[in-house]
Design a protein around this ligand. Structure first.
Ligand code: S3P
Length: 451
């Protein structure tokens, strides 16, 4: 995708007084991917508003077009999708370029697994190092034939080619890792599979797929049991087109939220943020650290709980973050590390093995960057212990490598807003994968950003 080619675009930030104002963040990335995919499988016109127009979602849209769906942008965030019907995906004529997007890759592999087509997936250097075995295993059990590239540490990686089986074999699968992507890949494969496909998740992960599948008319039940959540999808579904309103992404809201908490004098409102309990772990943790965050105007938008967040500068205190909440804030740890660096005392975060296989190894990359910015931290195999600097400006004065990881880039940008010396991100282009309006939003709040 575009950020992987051309020259690096550095970004520099320094302390420039308080942040103030009311902002919105782009649409939820997870929900945007799913809206395009399910719209592309429904017969008729699905209308989406608030779609995230980031590179990851555009990669999903391009792939669904290559497999026969008509997908048109009307104006900003407003998209129409004419689907092909479950079972109607066409053979793509070229390799599907997934750019940086693990969600696109793993969910689309699920869709293709039960269609009689073959597709090759390619991606950028970050995505090409990420493990695909976690979806290859269940999708192969359903009958898909998948050939992947051997990667480091015995991983199965991109480029990979998948040939679906139609009809595929229904599966009951207990997730070996807490992953909404794996859960969703199996459920999406189940859409075109006769009988019931069952996913058991011992630890709950984001439930956008379940909510949206039910909204599109699929027969799906969710039961709580001693083994965890049991999700049963009745296959050979007929999906009905929907009007979908995508709420603001809590994972994107996390950046202005922490920025306002750590920059003295700040007082901001972030409008229209998704607060689905399977995503809202960061708010709970920051409040437990003393963060002044109030939820205003709580409401339901398009089947998802939403609120406006009022965030004020706060004296934060380090805590032990409960590891069982990790799936509900898995993408927010990099920015939580930055909040912890600005707290009084030590913050201990464990249970984070999954962070090592995100767009980068987020434990190692954050530990390195925090160290370079003068923050003492100890890397654990499954987490990080951060010594808070008490809330005074951090030393800063470093150039940090973003390593093709949007959330690393944005985390250090926020760190730079309360740093004694300028912080530079070596390449800010990956930010466009999830938050194309990040820099304008920071400027709107009063930050000084040089690029
Ligand atoms: C996502 C699930 C999570 C998350 C990713 C988006 C999704 O990944 O990190 O950014 O949309 O299902 P895992 O399933 O690997 O935890």
């Amino acid at each position: 995708m575009t950020h992987a080619s051309g020259t690096a675009q550095p970004l520099s930030l320094s302390t420039a007084g308080l942040l103030a104002g009311t902002v919105t963040v782009p649409g939820d990335k997870s929900i945007s991917h799913r809206a395009i995919m399910l719209g592309a499988l429904a017969v008729g016109e699905t209308r989406i508003t608030g779609l995230l127009e980031g590179e990851d979602v555009l990669a999903t849209a391009a792939a669904m077009r290559a497999m026969g769906a008509q997908i048109e942008r009307q104006d900003s965030g407003n998209w129409h999708v004419h689907g092909v019907g479950v079972g109607g995906l066409l053979q793509p004529m070229q390799a599907l370029d997934m750019g940086n997007s693990g969600t696109s890759t793993r969910l689309l592999m699920g869709l293709i697994a039960s269609h009689p087509i073959t597709a090759t997936f390619v991606g950028d250097a970050s995505l090409s190092g990420r493990p695909m075995g976690r979806v290859i295993t269940p999708l192969s059990l359903m009958g898909a034939a998948i050939t992947a590239t051997p990667g480091a540490n015995g991983r199965q990686t991109l480029p990979l080619t998948i040939t679906g089986l139609c009809p595929a074999v229904a599966l009951e699968y207990t997730l070996p890792v807490a992953s909404a992507q794996v859960k969703s890949a199996v459920l999406l494969a189940g859409l075109n599979t006769p009988g019931n496909t069952v996913v058991i998740e011992p630890i709950a992960t984001r439930d956008h797929s379940e909510r949206m599948l039910a909204g599109f008319g699929a027969q799906l039940t969710v039961a709580e049991s001693p083994q965890g959540r049991i999700i049963t999808l009745h296959g050979e579904a007929e999906l009905r087109p929907q009007d979908i309103v995508v709420p603001g992404d809590p994972s994107s809201a996390a950046f202005p939220m922490v920025a306002a908490l750590i920059v003295p004098g700040s007082d901001i409102v972030i409008r229209n943020v998704g607060i689905n309990p399977t995503r809202a772990g960061l708010i709970r943790v920051l409040q437990a650290m003393g963060g002044n965050i109030s939820l205003l105007n709580e409401r339901t938008v398009g089947g998802e709980p939403v609120a406006d967040l009022h965030v004020r500068h706060s004296a934060l205190t380090g805590i032990e973050v409960p590891p069982d909440g990790a799936p509900s804030m898995i993408d927010e740890y990099p920015i939580l590390f930055v909040a912890a660096a600005n707290a009084v005392g030590t913050t201990t975060m464990r249970g984070l093995e999954e962070l090592r296989v995100k767009e980068s190894d987020r434990i190692a990359v954050m530990a390195q960057g925090l160290g370079a910015c003068g923050v003492a931290c100890e890397e654990l195999s499954d987490g990080l212990i951060v010594q808070g600097q008490g809330g005074d400006p951090l030393p800063g004065g470093a150039t940090v490598a973003a390593r093709l990881d949007h959330r690393i880039a944005m985390s250090f940008a926020v760190l730079g807003l309360n740093a004694a010396r300028r912080v530079t991100i070596d390449d800010a282009r990956p930010i466009a994968t999830s938050f194309p309006t990040f820099v304008p939003m920071l400027r709107e709040l009063g930050a000084t950003v040089r690029n």
